[in-house]
Design a protein around this ligand. Structure first.
Ligand code: MG
Length: 370
């Protein structure tokens, strides 16, 4: 089987309301999404999505995906999409780095490979556990009362897992975390996501002040070196998210004991082929995981949902439903949806569904094998 055509679509996905993180340092109004359709000489068609969380969150942006696809197109066309490691290698040789530009192609290849085998992507990744994945809500930075109101809104939809965005001055963060923990319900879990905003000193002060609360904190510093230093000053479980980009990062975090939780975001790490190796490093080292889309539509949520559902439940902390934060649905009535705070992928072959092409608009580029 060979990839004969790659069609690229660009779609802006407006957020239902402005979103703040990193203590209000970063604001987001819309997401720049790229959708990739791969066609093959055997008639199978696969879909992928690459949607970075804006252009200020991590080193990734929508136009970079489309530019990277143009550069990589000659290396992608003619590949057998079922051979995901070989496609990965071809892209890595053609364009070192730029992992986020590769993830939509990788996703479309897994979609086709699953359809060809008659297996869901989760089954292709080792086996789909029946139980769906708890969705972590994404609670924008705000006053303690505003953040609690947002959590209460999610509770009404069945959520019991939340990612609350903190990371401003020390006193405000201690106050916010203590307030939200005081109002946390039994059986509910809140991850406090700093999104890199603290200095090493700020992280140590806040984390030691809340150490008795038994909570976990995500990405408390800018770099892996910062988090390694912070790790020595606190006993709080740490999740690494933005600083987990490569397999080498995953190995360093695991072997040096830098964190107890991986936050794996598919677009950032370059797609399922690379992310499943991070999953395996986590499993081999007693590290739990949040597996999420970096952002995007139901397609991106489904991709993450498939990998999440290949993880044993005791290691699987949550996923995300970014689709609930945007105002455009590219696949109405299709794909996994939030049900009582849980996302469950189907056992249908491949991704299990395709977007409604007319909603994506005209392609911005099309590459054909010669
Ligand atoms: Mg995070």
């Amino acid at each position: 089987m060979k990839i004969t055509r790659m069609t690229v679509f660009h779609k802006d996905l407006p957020l239902a309301k402005p979103y703040w993180l990193s203590g209000g340092r970063l604001r987001f109004d819309k997401l720049d999404a790229t959708f990739v359709k791969l066609e093959t000489d055997e008639g199978l068609v696969g879909w992928g999505e690459g949607t970075p969380w804006g252009n200020t969150y991590v080193p990734a942006h929508g136009p970079g995906i489309r530019s990277g696809l143009e550069t990589m197109a000659p290396a992608i066309l003619g590949q057998d999409p079922r051979c995901t490691d070989k496609v990965e290698r071809a892209m890595d040789l053609c364009l070192p780095g730029h992992l986020y530009a590769k993830s939509p192609v990788d996703m479309a290849c897994w979609d086709i490979a699953g359809q060809a085998a008659g297996l869901s992507i989760a089954d292709m990744l080792g086996g789909r556990y029946e139980t769906g994945t708890s969705i972590a809500s994404s609670v924008s930075s705000g006053t303690p009362e505003e953040m609690l109101a947002e959590i209460e809104r999610f509770r009404k939809s069945g959520y019991h897992c939340h990612s609350a965005k903190v990371g401003s001055d020390v006193e405000k963060d201690i106050e916010r975390i203590q307030f939200l923990e005081k109002h946390r319900l039994s059986g509910e879990r809140i991850l406090y996501d700093v999104n890199r905003a603290w200095t090493r000193a700020q992280a140590s002060v806040v984390m030691n002040a809340i150490a008795h609360l038994g909570v976990a904190v995500e990405q408390p510093g800018e770099t892996l070196a910062d988090i390694k230093a912070i790790r020595h000053n606190t006993t709080i479980p740490i999740s690494v998210d933005e600083s987990l980009v490569t397999l080498q990062d995953a190995m360093e975090i695991a072997s040096d004991g830098i964190a107890e939780i991986f936050g794996i975001k598919l677009n950032r790490v370059g797609g399922l082929t690379k992310a499943r190796r991070m999953r395996d490093i986590a499993l081999a080292n007693g590290i739990q995981m949040y597996i999420m889309a970096t952002g995007g539509s139901v397609l991106a949520d489904a991709e993450a949902g498939h990998l999440a559902q290949s993880v044993p439940e005791e290691f699987r902390l949550g996923c995300w439903s970014c689709q609930d934060m945007i105002t455009i649905d590219v696949a109405p009535g299709r794909g996994p949806r939030s049900e009582n705070g849980v996302l469950t992928v189907s056992g249908s072959p491949g991704l299990g569904f395709a977007p409604e092409e007319s909603i994506l608009g005209d392609p911005v580029s099309m590459y054909n094998s010669s």
